[in-house]
Write a protein that binds this ligand. Structure first.
Ligand code: MEV
Length: 314
């Protein structure tokens, strides 16, 4: 009797950086949260490897080969299929979610145990394929889910959040790539470290204020910190006219605060709604921007994309 072909699947959520992107690459603390949108990877052993992914990326094979080597197999005979509710390449953690889901799928296929910490660590290796010089925040939040504070030297801790944040995520039209934006900022930093380090310190202070506002359930205070972070990101050269316009649009429509999220240079804006997030998302849509809502809060609210489908309660 022929052996049955093995298969495995794994999931992971996307993420938003609420405060502190880019400064986190330079050792400062940042706050991130997983979102309700995510992706699932399915792997099947077979003679003809096949790729079915909305990413359609050649880098996916490189990541698969690297991940498989980490588990002691070559991965050449694996077909990979990705299904996703997460917009790609707009700063919402699609590469980190893919990396986490991929290592979870491999562990599932091989029947190996893999906790969130190890999934995050293995995903970090893969992030270098997509990313260049990642801080580790994206793979960490996509692996653990929930709301976290992260720094390169201290790792992450889950954050207390007295009230969930009703967030709108709106997608700009311009294409971008995080590795390019991070690389260009590094060149500017190398040319004028004093100036850029001062802005990173400013952002670190905003992150501290943001953590206090979250713990106190002070949405208005958190929104003000988001606005100040957007201003600092613009001074780092990370924002664009469209992202500035979107943040201003959100504020004019009642948002408590708004900023770009993730790599910038295009991509997505997050806006903290003052009450009904779907009305604000609708306003973005009426102006032709793609937009959706996601409540931000503690880990429990993000169970959908955290574990293997098999482990989810039925
Ligand atoms: C990307 O989501 C966040 C950045 O700070 C890069 C990183 O931390 O790896 C821009």
């Amino acid at each position: 009797m022929a052996d049955r072909l093995r298969s495995g699947s794994g999931r992971a959520p996307g993420k938003v950086i609420l405060l502190g992107e880019h400064a986190v690459v330079y050792g400062r603390r940042a706050i991130a949260a997983s979102i309700g949108q995510g992706l699932e990877v399915r792997l099947t052993e077979g003679r003809v490897p096949r790729l079915a992914s909305p990413n359609g990326s050649g880098r996916l094979y490189e990541a698969l080969a690297r991940a498989a080597r980490g588990f002691g197999i070559d991965g050449e005979s694996l077909s990979i299929e990705v299904s996703s509710s997460l917009p790609q390449g707009v700063g919402l953690g699609s590469s980190a979610a893919l990396s986490v889901a991929l290592v979870r799928a491999l562990a599932d296929l091989l029947g190996a145990a893999l906790d969130d910490g190890e999934a995050g660590a293995r995903a970090f290796e893969l992030e270098q394929v997509f990313h260049g010089n990642p801080s580790g925040i994206d793979n960490t939040v996509c692996a653990h889910g929930g709301l976290i504070s992260f720094s390169r030297d201290r790792g992450f801790r889950p954050l207390a959040c007295a009230r969930p944040l009703p967030l709108v995520i709106a997608i700009g039209r311009a294409a971008r790539e995080t590795r390019r934006v991070v690389g260009a900022l590094r060149e500017r930093w190398q040319a004028d470290r004093v100036r850029y380090e001062a802005v990173f310190d400013e952002i670190a202070a905003l992150v501290e204020r943001g953590e206090a506002a979250l713990a106190a359930g002070d949405r208005r205070g958190f929104g003000a910190v988001m606005d100040a972070n957007q201003d600092a990101l613009a001074r780092l050269g990370i924002s664009t006219p469209e992202l500035d316009e979107m943040a201003a649009f959100a504020r004019a429509h009642g948002a408590l605060g708004a900023k770009l999220t993730g790599g910038g240079g295009g991509g997505a804006v997050i806006a903290l709604a003052n009450g009904d997030a779907s009305a604000l998302a609708g306003a973005f849509q009426a102006r032709g921007w793609r937009a959706f809502t996601s409540d931000i809060g503690p880990a429990a609210s993000y169970s959908t994309y955290r574990s293997y489908p098999k482990q989810e309660p039925t």
